[in-house]
Structures are given as C-alpha cells and as structure tokens.
Design a binder for this molecule. Structure first.
Ligand SMILES: [Zn+2]
Length: 399
C-alpha cells in the first residue's frame, strides 16, 4: 500500500494556518499547525446568519484567534474555510446552503482574500472533515478513505489516493442522499427515502415525535418528561455511561463484526451540539435524538425500535459505500455516532450479512479521531492540500 502524502511526524514543520469552520449554528476559527490548535474562537451564528452580519463576526474572530495565539497574519500560510455546500471550491463561491439563509452566491474566498491578503481556500464541510481525518486522524495510513458524518444531517467525503473526489459540479459524495427506501418519504434534497431522512439525528427525532403524535409513544414521552424534570440535577454528561477508549480524540478504535458487546461511547461535545442544533431547528418537537437515545439506553421499547431502524438503515448505507468505493477505511463521525454500540452494532451486523466478501474484508470501519475540532483541522489542512499541489481553488492558484 502506498503511503499517505504526509507522514504524521512532519506536522511540527508545517506552517501556521487559520481554519474557519462555518456552520448553520456555530462558527469557529482557530490558529493551527497541522492538527494542533494554538487558539480557538467560537460563537453562535444566532437567528440571523445573513452574510453581512456574519462575515464581520468571522473577521473579528480571526483577529481574536491571532491575538490569543500571539501571532500576526503575516506568519500565516493562508486561511482555509469549511463551509456548508453547495459551493464551488474553484471560485470559493457559496450558493444558498439550506441552513444559511441569505447566503446566495457569496464570494467567500475573495471577501477573505481582500480583507487579509493571504491565500484563501474554501471547501465543502464534509470534504474538509474527510481531508482532516485523512491527513491527521483516522484516515492517516490509507489511500481510499470515505468519511461519513451522522449529525443533524448526514454528510460524506471521499478521498482517492490523496485527492478529494469533487465530481463534475463539486457535489460528489453526498452519501446522506443515497436512496435507502424507495417507497419512503420525500427528503429536502428532492429524492425519496434518503439515508439522511431515515438515520440522521433529525430523522430520529422526527420519527419519535411521529410515534408520540400517533399516540404510541406514552412511555417515551414519560421518559422525556422525567428527564426534563431532572435536568437541573442530572447532567447530560452523566446520563449516558462512558467507557474510555471507545474512540474519539486521539486513538483509532476499529469496529469489529460485531463489535465487542461492552463497548460504550465516549461522551463528547458533539452529541450536545447535535442536541442544541436540533432544539434550534425543530423546537416544535417534543423529544430530540438525544432523548430517544437515552430512552433506548434505558430500555424503552419504542425508542429502541427507532434507533434500531436508523442503525439498520445506516448499515445498508455502509454496504452501498463498500460496494461502490471498495474503501480501505470508512470513518464515522458526527454526534449521532456517540450513541455507540446501540447504533453501530446493528449497522455492522447488516454489513456482515449483506456486503460482498472481498470488499467487506478489506474495509476498516472506524470512528473519527479529531472530535469536534475536525472541521477546524480540516479547514486548516486545505492550505497544505491546495498549497502544496498548486491546485486552483485558492487566490494564488488562480491568479
Ligand atoms: Zn436527500
């Protein structure tokens, strides 16, 4: 097997960069050297994410991150921006992402380049996360890397021999929008029965509330009410059992077929972030994905069934990914994966049952390593990725 382009030992010699992770709920910026954050500044995007309000905030956050790291912009090799798609990475223009109202044809790259006079690179957020994991995380020793993030939505990125798979229009690897149920419901993307519509955190919450509205979720509703009543005394952190060593933040834990029964997730910030997002996006709902996960964990049958359904659908998605890409590794990230074995074991069981033997035996299915900083690390990595190759996409590359 060919070695990855950048041995991890070289990270100390990498130039300093700025990473910007632009999301519908939060924006973060950091000064980085490879995977190492020298400073980090984050803020909520708030209810009005219009570019004329958000861009000055990001500029200010960058200046604050530089001040906190005690360095100047002249020491930066560039700015990498992870932004929600659709976008054109070659021009750095963002086209109306669904969760960023008002962002219609925003020339993100040029706006940042005019302000800071350094090379600027813009890339789809899931591709950016894939690049981050490929260079500095769970994908380090592999050539054919698939990254899937299961959060409020389901995103994907694919790297083939060190290249981000962009597709003809920069829309490749929309893994959340593969059809799982052809008789299913219409997804926001226009397709029917998408994986995202069935197995994302938003989907889990939607499913639970549908069951409750149909009068079949009394036990789940009671569980949610009890949780609410005790929310002052029982912290979310302690509500799920945690066992160190189930991946995340630094180590690769390969998921076996089936994974060991005692594995439980390491509770990270991501699940809380998913929850926050869900509360913001679906505040009319009574329960969110986290509540469903906790109820399932506590043995509430309807909650278990909902998670099982999402998990099996995820498994079918993984089978499709294995058959299409024959990847060395599939890296699973995003808050929903923090549910751990409850979600992952049924998914891996489906893979074991259905996937073709040769690619199934070749693939490593692992949890992401970079945790909630993956977007920032990946954004910074854009400078190493594009800069080194002289690819277009940055201000210098096209000048
Ligand atoms: Zn879809």
């Amino acid at each position: 097997m060919q070695q990855n382009t950048l041995p991890p030992d070289d990270t100390a010699n990498l130039p300093l960069v700025i990473g910007v992770d632009l999301g519908g709920t939060q924006l973060r910026t950091a000064v980085l050297r490879g995977p190492t954050l020298l400073s980090r500044v984050g803020m909520l995007t708030g209810t009005n994410p219009a570019p004329e309000r958000i861009l000055p905030l990001i500029f200010k956050a960058i200046e604050q991150a530089l001040a906190e790291a005690n360095v100047g912009m002249d020491a930066m090799a560039g700015i990498g921006i992870a932004a929600p798609g659709p976008l054109d990475h070659r021009t750095g223009i963002v086209f109306d992402p669904p969760n960023m109202p008002g962002w219609n044809r925003v020339p993100l790259r040029d706006l940042f380049a005019e302000r800071f006079h350094v090379p600027v690179y813009v890339e789809n957020d899931a591709n950016t996360c894939c690049l981050g994991e490929y260079m500095f995380g769970a994908g380090r020793s592999y050539n054919m890397v698939v990254y899937m993030t299961i959060s409020t939505g389901i995103g994907g990125g694919v790297m083939i021999n060190g290249e981000i798979m962009e597709g003809a229009s920069g829309i490749a690897a929309e893994l959340g929008h593969m059809t799982i149920d052809r008789h299913g419901e219409r997804c926001n993307c226009g397709n029917i029965g998408c994986l995202e519509y069935i197995a994302s955190g938003t989907a889990i919450a939607r499913h639970a509330n549908k069951v409750i509205h149909a009068g079949e979720g009394a036990e789940l509703l009671n569980f949610a009410r009890t949780m609410l009543q005790h929310s002052d005394t029982v912290t979310n952190q302690s509500a799920l059992p945690t066992t160190p060593g189930y991946g995340y933040e630094g180590e690769t834990v390969e998921l076996r077929f089936p994974p060991s029964p005692n594995s439980t997730p390491d509770q990270s910030q991501d699940l809380q972030e998913t929850q926050k997002t869900q509360e913001m996006q679906e505040d009319e709902l009574i329960v969110n994905a986290r509540t469903v996960a906790l109820a399932a964990e506590a043995g509430v049958p309807v909650a278990r069934a909902i998670i099982q359904n999402a998990a099996e659908s995820l498994g079918i998605g993984l089978v499709n990914v294995i058959h299409i890409f024959n990847p060395d590794v599939i890296i699973l990230g995003g808050g929903v994966t923090q549910m751990g074995p409850m979600l992952l074991e049924p998914a891996l069981h489906v893979v074991q049952e259905r996937a073709m033997k040769v690619p199934r035996e070749a693939v490593h299915i692992v949890l992401a390593q970079l945790g909630h900083n993956v977007g920032l690390v990946g954004a910074g990595a854009l400078i190493y990725y594009y800069g080194k190759r002289g690819k277009n996409g940055g201000t210098e590359g096209t000048a």
